[in-house]
Design a protein. Sequence first.
Length: 126
Amino acid sequence: MPENNLGFQSFANELKLLTNKYEQRPKLCNGHVHAAKFQLHYGDTGLEFYVDTSHCRFTSTPIYLTSLTGSSNHWHVVGISSIYDPTATGFKIYFGHINSQVSKQEMLKMSIDNKWTFEWIGIEMR
């Protein structure tokens, strides 16, 4: 896992430790999607990708929390925490640039050049 993702991973690990203290223990699972997996959105602007969480083996739709890391310019992104069609096996993300004049092709190049990585945690109450 890249160095800039250690904070998110550390948070996930700490959350797992804290939840072990309670009787109703949630199931936690986390992962990431690198910019190379981002795709051009079929609309005029933005990017999209599907997050496959099937390896987590959730039995119901969990709560998903998201973040975007990178070396630069990821603060220009809007929509990265807007989760579409969540299920126990995954969800979809559509996101764009704060400046609507930035094309989706420019945004895809920016995401790869700046090593953007989408981080997620799924929390399922059992």
